[in-house]
Structure formats: structure tokens, C-alpha cells
Write a protein of this length. Structure first.
Length: 295
């Protein structure tokens, strides 16, 4: 427990510099952060895992200590970045876990690189229909362009907070929406907030999440690709019952859809827990992940 985490970087063929944390040795768990975070938010969780698990936790393009030379329009581009990173590390078979936005990337990756992915874990994950945004605090029309997202009265202050490095605004958002049960301890919280503001692609990520849809239905913005049929790895869904960012009903819909398709899926929900199970339920989360890895 508490193994050393090595901080490393690779340069991809597209020129992007991808930072990643590498710890432990043995079977590989690829751990993907969510929107408004980076692998920095996952350090305590990584250190809680036994050292016979090798954890690879990258900062996605545009987050943390990774570069953002080319803007993205889809989660597929981030999944492809991940594939090249793992190829450079000569890692060919691995379990993958994604938190929030990272769950969407993990699902896309399990579709596009299904021969490599042994197990798929969705932690407080975005839905299989993505995260389509409506204007006017969810009461207006769907926001179908990056410009519409940037100009929306509810989203613009969030986007501006990143360009202005407004830590106080970000903390207010996180206190209300993410840490609605427990908060990080006072010594760690400031650094976590600083890490949030390293993201340079918030508008592009909102757009990519809106256009992510692997079902056979329309999400209000785009008709689904129905690529969910191509997920072959067993799936574990872990979700807080009081998640305000991605309500539990989304996890239930993902579970129901996978069961309908005769996929292997388990779900575990956490009472008195919000969007960050890494803060609300760190010990139980680690236990569930390890149990699933070894099942």
C-alpha cells in the first residue's frame, strides 16, 4: 500500500505531450480522470491500491500537465491518444476505469480497442447517451455548437472562470455540485482546486460530451452510433446515490441497456455519496475495484 508513483511523459505521433502517473507492477489498471480534473485528483486512490496492481493514470490532452496543441471534437480522439500511450509502454491488455467524463472515454476505448480491454469500470460515469446540454439552465434549446456553449448564460461563467483562473468561483461550484457530502481535507483542497484550473479545453470537452452517444437512440443533439453492441469486456458500474452532476438514473439506464444486450454488467451504488466517490467512499471504492479486477 502507498506505493511510489512515478511521473512520466511521452510524445505522441500527433505531437501532444502526455503526462501520466505509473505505479505498482503486475496486472494493469488504466485509470482515467473526469472533466475539470486530472490524474492529480486520483493520487490518494492510486496509493490505496496494492503494489501488485500497475496503475497507469494519464492526464488527458488539455488537462493537468499534458499539452493541448490540437483541439478536439470527440472523446474518440482522447481514446486514440490513450491507445498510443499504452502502445508506447508495450501494454496490450488491461482493465480500464473512468470517472465521469473518463467513463465516456473508457466506453469509447472499450469499443475501439475491445481486444485490449479486459474489464471496464464506470465510476460516476457519463451516460451512454453522453451529456447533451440545453440552454437557459436546461429549459431551452439544445446547444449544438461550441459557440452556443460558450455564450450560454449558465455555462459562460464556468468557462470564464478557467480563463480568469477564478479559484473562488470553482470552489463554489465544487462545494455545491461535486463535494455535496464530504470535502477534501483543508491541506489538500487548495491544490485540488489549482489542478482543476489547469484544464485548457473546457468548452471543447462540453461539446465532445454532447456528441457522445453510443446507443441506438437520439440524445437531442445526435443520433446514436449503437456502438455499445461492441463492448465485450465485463462492466462494473459504481455510482453515488446523491450524485448531482450525473444523477443515478443515468447509471441505471446504462445498466439496463447493457443487460438488454446480454452484456456482463454489475452495479454498486453508494448512499450518502455524490459525484466524487474518491472523497465520499475511498475505502469501499477501492475494495469494489479490486474485487472486480480479481473476479
Amino acid at each position: 500500500m502507498g506505493q511510489l508513483i512515478n511521473n512520466k511523459k511521452v510524445i505522441l505521433s500527433n505531437g501532444e505531450s502526455i503526462f501520466y502517473r505509473d505505479s505498482g507492477a503486475g496486472e494493469v489498471l488504466v485509470l482515467l480522470h473526469g472533466n475539470m480534473t486530472s490524474s492529480f485528483h486520483l493520487i490518494n486512490f492510486i496509493q490505496s491500491l496494492p503494489d501488485n496492481i500497475r496503475v497507469i493514470a494519464p492526464d488527458m490532452r488539455g488537462f493537468g500537465q499534458s499539452s493541448y496543441l490540437r483541439s478536439i471534437n470527440s472523446l474518440t480522439e482522447l481514446s486514440n491518444d490513450l491507445n498510443e500511450l499504452l502502445k508506447q509502454l508495450n501494454i496490450n491488455h488491461y482493465a480500464i476505469a473512468g470517472w465521469s467524463m473518463g467513463g465516456g472515454i473508457a466506453m469509447q476505448h472499450a469499443i475501439d480497442y475491445k481486444d485490449n480491454v479486459t474489464k471496464l469500470m464506470l465510476i460516476s460515469s457519463v451516460a451512454t447517451t453522453g451529456y447533451p446540454l440545453k440552454g437557459n439552465a436546461g429549459q431551452g434549446e439544445y446547444l449544438t455548437s461550441k459557440q452556443a456553449i460558450a455564450e450560454d448564460p449558465m455555462l459562460a461563467p464556468v468557462i470564464n472562470a478557467f480563463s480568469e483562473q477564478n479559484t473562488a468561483f470553482i470552489q463554489a461550484v465544487w462545494d455545491m455540485a461535486v463535494y455535496n457530502h464530504k470535502k477534501p481535507n483543508e491541506t489538500e483542497y487548495p491544490a485540488l482546486l489549482e489542478d482543476v484550473l489547469t484544464q485548457v479545453n473546457i468548452n471543447d470537452i462540453y461539446y465532445a460530451l454532447s456528441y457522445f452517444n453510443i446507443t441506438d437512440t437520439h440524445n437531442g443533439i445526435i443520433k446514436g452510433s449503437n456502438l455499445i453492441n461492441n463492448i465485450e469486456a465485463p462492466v462494473l458500474i459504481l455510482h453515488g446515490e446523491d450524485d448531482l452532476v450525473i444523477p443515478l438514473i443515468n447509471a441505471r439506464k446504462t445498466q439496463d441497456l447493457l443487460l438488454t444486450l446480454n452484456k456482463s454488467v454489475e452495479i454498486y451504488t453508494y448512499p450518502d455519496s455524490g459525484h466524487s466517490l474518491f472523497i465520499d467512499q475511498p475505502e469501499q471504492l477501492a475494495q469494489q475495484v479490486l474485487t472486480f479486477l480479481h473476479s
